[in-house]
Design a protein around this ligand. Structure first.
Ligand SMILES: NC(=O)c1ccc[n+]([C@@H]2O[C@H](COP(=O)([O-])OP(=O)(O)OC[C@H]3O[C@@H](n4cnc5c(N)ncnc54)[C@H](O)[C@@H]3O)[C@@H](O)[C@H]2O)c1
Length: 293
């Protein structure tokens, strides 16, 4: 079915490379390309002008033989894609993102595919803000003037901010969400913004990204930006490097790096990266050993 799709436009690097790696999108910088091509990978970068590739598009990219794929968080990585990648001889996938709520990790485990992510790179700049611990989330919501949401998105955090919780927040509070859209019930948020003109929200992410729920775009007390929280050149190029090294490391049979919060050694432009996969979220489940740090 997929193979019958119209061909997808690609850009090929190092055509004679032994390992076939596909990136579903172009990524910032060139180090990630160099790291792959200098390590015997034939790299195919999808150049389709589409914002989001469908499962069928990605099946066509994977084709009959593919060692690893670099993907984006807008894509639906589940059984269909992981089993196709396995049939094509692949063992490696990496999301070019910190979160991986678009990935069915259990499906990857079943197919023996390593799933990489790009743990957040320590910001170079601002000092951290001060904080105090509260006993419950409700206490935080009642007391805080500014609430910034940073959880992973999973079933425990889906609609974490719901009508009941919005109702206990200060009328003039500021709510910020740069994690994942579905952490907030966006329909309820629009109603709350309408009813409470002094309540303000800053959103980097949206429930039906890239779309917004009706009414949100018109709200004067909502500031919206298009998922750019990690959009500095340094961060995005670093993420591209980590993504490529997750896929390359798995293809080369390297172990998983022991501490995904300490990935600086992979980012030094002037040194060869350590022989490890920087961040594999299902390393244990697929039996990938841990590198000795
Ligand atoms: N907007 C962007 O560009 C952007 C960039 C990076 C990360 N993100 C998103 O932000 C998320 C967090 O990133 P991170 O680097 O801080 O990840 P992290 O894994 O370091 O932190 C996630 C935190 O969520 C907490 N958590 C889990 N379940 C919870 C629950 N039910 N209630 C409250 N807290 C809960 C965990 O304890 C953990 O402290 C990512 O998973 C990703 O979805 C967005």
């Amino acid at each position: 079915m997929a193979a019958a799709n119209k061909p997808i436009s690609i850009e090929v690097w190092n055509p004679s490379g032994k390992y076939r790696v596909v990136s579903t999108k172009s990524m910032p910088g060139s180090r990630w390309i160099r790291l792959l091509t200098e390590n015997d990978c034939r790299l195919e970068i999808c150049t389709e002008p589409k914002t989001i590739l469908s499962v069928e598009d990605i099946l066509a990219l994977i084709g009959n033989r593919c060692d690893g794929v670099i993907g984006q968080l807008t894509e639906d990585w589940g059984e269909v894609l992981f089993s196709a990648l396995k049939r094509a001889g692949g063992t490696a996938f990496s999301n070019m993102a910190v979160g991986y709520n678009n990935v069915d990790v259990e499906a990857a485990n079943r197919n023996g595919i390593a799933v990489g992510n790009t743990p957040f790179l320590k910001a170079n700049g601002e000092k951290p803000v001060t904080w105090k611990r509260a006993a419950t989330m409700e206490d935080v919501l009642r007391e805080a003037d500014v609430i910034s949401l940073h959880p992973v998105l999973d079933k425990t955090t889906y609609h974490l901010i719901n009508p009941e919780r919005l109702a206990i927040m200060k009328k003039e509070a500021i709510l910020v969400n740069a994690s994942r859209g579905p952490v907030i019930d966006e329909v309820a948020l629009v109603e709350h913004l309408k009813a409470n003109p002094m309540f303000r929200v800053g959103l980097d992410v949206f429930e039906d990204e890239p779309y917004m729920k009706p009414g949100l775009a018109e709200m004067k007390n909502a500031v919206v930006v298009p998922h750019i929280a990690s959009a500095s050149k340094w961060t995005r190029e670093g993420m591209a490097t980590l993504t490529a090294l997750n896929v390359l490391g798995r293809i080369k049979g390297y172990p998983a790096w022991g501490n995904p919060n300490l990935v600086e050694p992979f980012l030094n432009e002037n040194a060869t990266p350590p022989p490890a996969c920087p961040s594999i979220v299902n390393a244990k489940q697929i039996g990938l050993p841990s590198a000795k740090l």
